[in-house]
Design a protein around this ligand. Structure first.
Ligand code: ZN
Length: 404
């Protein structure tokens, strides 16, 4: 109902605008200045719940010229946002059928039509229109490229997305530096780094290790702070037997974004184990825990204590840490260690602790562990692309005693 009301209000606003415009044009003459009958018919159609007829009458009633162009565009956009894409397409196609628009106005209408096609899922048509705009319109070129970038991203065509993205990067010039204002708001270089990572993962799955390595290095050139690129590079080198290179990439994550360090721990463990240098990793993780405390790091260090000093030391370590910073995951690990100890000693009250551990595990599994720091979208697993705000690399571990 609100939509119909908004549409009716817009329609009336257009009618008033037209009428006032006509009146000012005809001032000094005796010409009648009442709105044309198409307006009343259009309004009747709208009130009868037949917006198709209303759009037809609107199109035939409001002449297309440079003054009314914005109104046509605005109406088309309202329709597209309401999901009435076919009507938006009719409005914008009607504009393109008029010969009296200037070249730059035609380009604006083309851009809107391309956006309609994207909304309608007619991606081939949208792509062609946007490519034509990149070729022909100086004013709309970068906006068209941004839409192309989004189109290729949604189609997972990473190679093409990278090609367009590189065109959008600020030009390096001694005379001036131009930065392109982005529709999505996230820096192109940051997006490019993730496109390279996606391409690298595709290459890796096809067994093209040198190609994947090259793409990950390009990701880091595009955005030196891309922890995902270091993580994937470390995993790739580790699996390829280059343990030193892997460790160099993985330990670099702490300088890029310490929140992602826990993701690197399994790969780090595999590399240090292959080199027989587990003690060095223990020292490194302890240092990191002191500098950037987090539950996953605390649990990783507890595993080392368990391996090197035994269960009692691990329980004491966790209990001491949890006394300062309580967390559900830490508590679960503590209970699991205690249950194992009880089982080993065959002491009686194993059952209640085991039950508690099971319940706690289920409680933790049901809660989201990660949240997008840009829009708040939460997920149980780490996502590199946020489905909510379409930003890359914005998910972080939720830091609260309830969920961590
Ligand atoms: Zn988000």
């Amino acid at each position: 109902m609100n939509d119909v009301l908004a549409f009716a209000l817009l329609f009336c606003a257009i009618a008033c605008g037209w009428w006032l415009g006509r009146r000012s044009l005809s001032s000094g003459t005796t010409t009648s200045s009442s709105p044309p009958s198409q307006y009343y018919r259009g309004l009747n159609y709208l009130l009868d719940g037949r917006p198709d007829g209303a759009v037809d009458h609107f199109i035939s009633a409001l002449e297309v010229n440079s003054e009314t162009l914005e109104t046509h565009i605005a109406l088309g956009n309202v329709l597209r946002r309401r999901g009435e894409v076919d009507r938006a397409i009719r409005i914008h196609e009607n504009l393109l059928a008029r010969p009296n628009l200037s070249r730059s106005q035609m380009h604006i209408a083309h851009l809107e039509l391309a956006r309609d096609y994207v909304s309608a899922g007619l991606l081939d048509r949208a792509e062609q229109l946007l490519k034509d705009l990149v070729e022909e319109s100086d004013e709309q070129r970068d906006v068209a490229r941004q839409h192309l970038l989004e189109l290729y991203r949604s189609e997972r065509e990473w190679g093409r997305a990278i090609e367009v993205g590189r065109e959008l990067l600020p030009r390096k010039s001694l005379l001036r530096s131009t930065t392109v204002p982005l529709r999505s708001g996230q820096a192109v270089a940051v997006q490019l780094a993730h496109f390279y990572c996606e391409l690298a993962l595709e290459m890796k799955s096809r067994g093209d290790v040198p190609g994947a390595r090259n793409m990950l290095q390009r990701a880091l050139e595009s955005d030196g702070a891309c922890a995902r690129a270091s993580l994937e590079l470390g995993r790739l080198e580790g699996e390829d037997g280059n343990h030193r290179e892997a460790i160099a990439a993985l330990t670099g994550i702490v300088d890029q974004d310490p929140d992602f360090l826990p993701e690197a721990i399994p790969a780090l463990r595999a590399c240090y184990a292959a080199l027989g240098e587990e003690a060095e990793l223990t020292t490194y993780l302890r240092e990191c825990l002191d500098r950037y405390p987090s539950t996953p790091l605390m649990i990783a260090v507890a595993e080392d204590v368990l391996r090197d000093e035994g269960r009692d030391a691990a329980v004491a370590f966790l209990a001491a840490r949890l006394a300062h910073v309580p967390s559900l995951r830490g508590l679960l690990r503590l209970i699991q260690l205690q249950t194992d100890a009880d089982l080993a000693q065959l002491s009686q009250p194993v059952q209640p602790l085991a039950m508690l551990s099971l319940l706690l595990d289920r409680l933790i599994r049901e809660r989201p562990a990660y949240r997008c720091e840009h829009c708040g979208f939460s997920a149980k697993h780490l996502l590199w692309f946020c489905p909510g705000c379409k930003y890359w690399g914005t998910f972080r571990t939720i830091r609260s005693t309830e969920t961590e």
